[in-house]
Ligand binder design. Structure first.
Ligand code: SF4
Ligand code: SF4
Length: 113
């Protein structure tokens, strides 16, 4: 397994720990600024990354924007952890961005990440 495949597998595993409780969504400032667009929330971004990695979603400008608009403020993580869960959401999104960036640099914008 290549390093990239290992990172992808680990990312899918970590995102799989999300219980879809959505407690983190309301505190996300980009979700608030968008007046409720879930793909611009913490939970929404994790779902986008998961489906990109699994090949159920194609990478396009809108998907990239959802990932890169995360402010890395950490508000979602505080809520996630206060509810007894422990996802490092900011780090997961950052790793997802790295994989997306590599895909874009390689000119594979319409292929799975
Ligand atoms: S609070 Fe944590 S477990 Fe709940 S939806 Fe958000 S990331 Fe997933
Ligand atoms: S770190 Fe990103 S996803 Fe989490 S609350 Fe801040 S802007 Fe939203």
């Amino acid at each position: 397994m290549s390093e990239r495949e290992r990172i992808k597998a680990n990312l899918i595993k970590e995102i799989g720990k999300c219980r879809s409780c959505r407690f983190c969504v309301d505190v996300c400032p980009t979700y608030q600024a968008s007046h409720g667009v879930e793909s611009l929330s913490s939970f929404g971004r994790l779902q986008i990354i998961k489906y990109l990695l699994k090949g159920n979603l194609e990478l396009d400008d809108a998907m990239a924007y959802c990932l890169y608009s995360c402010l890395q403020c950490g508000r979602c993580e505080v809520v996630c952890k206060s509810k007894g869960q422990s996802l490092e959401i900011g780090e997961l999104i950052q790793t997802g961005r790295t994989l997306v960036s590599q895909t874009l640099v390689e000119g594979k914008s319409n292929e799975k990440v």
